[in-house]
Ligand binder design. Structure first.
Ligand code: FES
Length: 82
C-alpha cells in the first residue's frame, strides 16, 4: 500500500489515525524491524536503528524502520500492512 504522509508528522501516529496498521511487535523501540517501510519520494532521516537493521544499499533504496520515521517534509511511502 502506498500512502502520502504530510510534513511535520510522525508516521506511526499518522497511520494509527488513518486506522492503518503495520507490524510493530517491539512496540516501536527499533528492536525488530518488522515495521519496515520504503520511502519512495522525499527525504527521511536515517537514524542509528535504521543503520543497525538495513544495509547501505537498502538505506539508499529508501528502507527505514516505520516506527522511527518522522516526516519533516511530505513523504510518499510504501508500507506493508499486517
Ligand atoms: S516496531 Fe520494532 S523496530 Fe519498529
Amino acid at each position: 500500500m502506498i500512502i502520502e504522509c504530510p510534513a511535520d508528522t510522525r508516521l506511526q501516529e499518522y497511520l494509527l489515525k488513518k486506522d492503518i496498521h503495520i507490524f510493530t511487535p517491539c512496540g516501536g523501540r527499533g528492536n525488530c524491524a518488522k515495521c519496515k517501510v520504503r520511502i519512495l519520494k522525499g527525504e527521511a532521516r536515517v537514524n542509528t536503528m535504521d543503520r543497525i537493521w538495513f544495509s547501505q544499499k537498502e538505506l539508499e533504496e529508501g528502507y527505514r524502520l516505520g516506527c522511527q520515521v518522522f516526516a519533516k517534509e511530505p513523504l510518499t511511502i510504501e508500507i506493508y500492512e499486517k
